[in-house]
Design a protein around this ligand. Structure first.
Ligand code: NAD
Ligand code: DAU
Length: 352
């Protein structure tokens, strides 16, 4: 029985990861710590609420004492750090919380894990590992050709990607300085169930269903490399188990699409299957994001060669599954955009 400390497990990818792991393995225990910011929602974990191998603890990854206690109370084998402030637009408005959670929170976790796992100087409990869930945004922006590889220099542009790059550097430093057992994964844009509707795909689905404007930043020709969230979960599982210590693994499925193509794909599906009145007339070109990265594209050759990872869900299948999920879970959407978040959400996201 391996025990995972998963942080940010009530958020989008973290909750998908926990569900993926508990459905796949009966011999893993998951301790899920999340401070439940606007992006964390325990409703995401409803399908596994009775699973005894999942324990939820509300805690902030910056809270040294709380994290130390969790390590003292549990025999943890792996840390998988998803917890983060994750939205670029928010980081442009308020960078400070990104430094706190993404950088200080990561260092707090590294330090607690190092203390708990140390046997003697630079020697750690057998088989343990710290995995940092990072992002392709640390590499900056590509021109029309080429891909991000693991040795592409870091060149972050937004406060979000600067904070994720800093965190990666600390993780690397723990590996280099203390021989601490680490891996870093850098994945491209995820989509799928439970993604907070501030991010492009769920925002467009939600607005289209409500016949609200569909905001496109700038000319809409920016490119992202989309990966169905379950394929990211599979990659993390493989890297935790078999990733070579100290290595970075890029994760992406060569699914590059312009933003305008994504938006038109969603409109077409909703128009054909849900509401014939939804049309491209809802598209509204708005002011561009500051420092907007033009193109992301991942070369996943290393994770394929080392671990045999490959994406199982094509974009054509994944986007339909995703829209259907939101249609079947309208209450989820209503809950995350109402209550205490309603005013904030309405102001920020519903009709940009
Ligand atoms: P998310 O915003 O949906 O979830 C983040 C979770 O972290 C939330 O549950 C939130 O409550 C929790 N959290 C935030 N601050 C915390 C703190 N101080 N202590 C404890 N918990 C805290 O994010 P996501 O999209 O699921 O991303 C998860 C991770 O994956 C992030 O590290 C992100 O950088 C990375 N990532 C995301 C994508 C993507 O496309 N979404 C792609 C690559 C990498
Ligand atoms: O690449 C991985 C990253 O993907 C993750 O590290 C981040 O956590 C995640 O938020 C995501 O970042 P992006 O900035 O790429 O995602 P977002 O959904 O915010 O935007 C996708 C693209 O769509 C981007 O070019 C901006 C554009 N956009 C976004 C929104 C919200 C719009 O044109 N209109 C919008 O309303």
């Amino acid at each position: 029985m391996k025990t995972y400390l998963v942080t940010g497990g009530a958020g989008f990818i973290g909750s998908n990861f926990i569900i993926y792991m508990l459905n796949k393995y009966s011999d893993v225990k998951i301790i899920n710590i999340d401070s439940l910011t606007y992006a964390g929602n325990l409703e995401n974990l409803k399908s596994i609420e009775n699973n005894k191998n999942h324990v939820f603890i509300q805690a902030d990854i910056c809270d040294k004492e709380a994290i130390a206690k969790i390590f003292a109370d549990n025999d943890i084998d792996y840390v998988v750090n998803f917890a983060a402030e994750s939205h670029v637009d928010r980081s442009i408005k308020n960078p400070e919380i990104f430094v706190k959670t993404n950088v200080l929170g990561t260092v707090t976790l590294l330090d607690a894990a190092k203390k708990a796992w140390t046997i003697s100087d630079d020697k750690y409990k057998e088989g343990v590992k710290y995995l940092q869930v990072s992002t392709d945004e640390v590499y900056g922006s590509l021109g029309s050709e080429g891909f991000f590889r693991e040795d592409t220099p870091l060149d972050p542009h937004s406060p979000y990607s600067a904070s994720k790059s800093s965190a990666d550097m600390f993780v690397k430093a723990y590996g280099d300085t203390y021989k601490f057992p680490i891996n870093i994964t850098r994945c491209s844009n995820n989509y799928g169930p439970f993604q907070f509707p501030e991010k492009l795909i769920p925002l467009i689905i939600n607005n289209a269903l409500n016949k609200k404007d569909l905001p496109i930043y700038g000319d809409g020709m920016q490119i992202r490399d989309w990966l169905y969230v379950e394929d990211h979960c599979k990659a993390i599982d493989m890297v935790v188990r078999d990733g070579r210590l100290g290595e970075v693994y890029n994760v992406g499925g060569h699914n590059e699409r312009t933003n305008i193509t994504i938006v038109k794909t969603i409109i077409e599906y909703i128009k054909d299957n849900v509401d014939s009145e939804v049309s491209e007339n809802l598209i509204k070109y708005v002011e561009d994001r500051k420092g907007h990265d033009r193109r992301y594209g991942i070369a996943p050759d290393k994770i394929k060669a080392d671990l045999g990872w490959y994406p199982e869900t094509t974009f054509e299948v994944g986007i339909k599954k995703t829209i259907k999920w939101y249609l079947e879970n309208m209450d989820w959407m209503k809950n995350v955009t109402s209550g205490e978040y309603q005013n904030y959400y309405e102001k920020m996201y519903s009709n940009k």
